[in-house]
Design a protein around this ligand. Structure first.
Ligand code: HEM
Length: 186
């Protein structure tokens, strides 16, 4: 797979951060609307607003995050199947993408159409799923920063378990959370 120039990689990472953390922010907003709806806020305002947000922001962002995240793995030395933290994030995001497109989006749009006529059971759809997905996105964010669990297949000799994640060539990387350059050397 062709690798990016340093500027191209920075541009891709910028897009990845903007979309993935935007996705998390939108999710939190949906959760806030859901809680407000259960606590008695005007359903004719809250649920149509949530339906708009899901349709025009949350669902498109979920596709963008999956595409740009996958490109961030494939076009950098991290690779998609080389590091456990990348693979787990990919799996989490893929499951979430399916749930958002197939379940959450149609249900919230239905809720938006019913608005004040929606029963309590349906209103919980705007609380429980966003609470779960927000948790998953926070886990993805933590994984991205800590990059735990090392390589899936290690080519070099075994490395020390101290110091957390592995760095270039399978060596333990120096500490710090912004050590993006610790991507494996190709
Ligand atoms: C298809 C799913 C995803 C894949 C394959 C993926 C893969 C990657 C890769 C390979 C990097 C390193 C890029 C580089 O060094 O140039 C990265 C960085 C990052 N990702 Fe993801 N990602 C995915 C989804 C997510 C999600 C859902 C979030 C959070 C909501 C997230 C948050 C981050 C953050 C904060 C960084 C920056 C880490 C740093 O620079 O130290 N990613 N991702």
């Amino acid at each position: 797979m062709r690798r990016l120039s340093p500027a191209g990689r920075k541009a891709l990472l910028t897009a990845h951060l903007a979309t993935s953390l935007g996705w998390l922010g939108t999710d939190l907003t949906l959760l806030a609307l859901g809680v407000a709806g259960l606590r008695g806020a005007d359903p004719d305002v809250v649920y149509p607003a949530a339906a708009l947000l899901v349709t025009w922001l949350f669902a498109p962002l979920s596709v963008a995050v999956w595409l740009i995240g996958t490109a961030s793995a494939l076009l950098t030395p991290w690779g998609l199947l080389r590091w456990r933290w990348v693979l787990v994030k990919f799996a989490l995001t893929t499951v979430m993408l399916g749930l958002v497109l197939l379940l959450l989006t149609p249900r919230i749009r239905h809720l938006g159409a019913l608005a004040g006529a929606a029963d309590a059971h349906l209103r919980v759809d705007l609380v429980a799923p966003p609470a779960v997905s927000t948790t998953l996105l926070l886990i993805a964010t933590v994984l991205s920063v800590w990059k735990p669990w090392g390589r899936i297949r290690r080519a070099g000799p075994p490395v020390s378990r101290r110091g957390g994640r592995r760095g270039p060539g399978g060596r333990p990387s120096p500490g710090g959370t912004r050590n993006r350059t610790a991507a494996p050397a190709r």
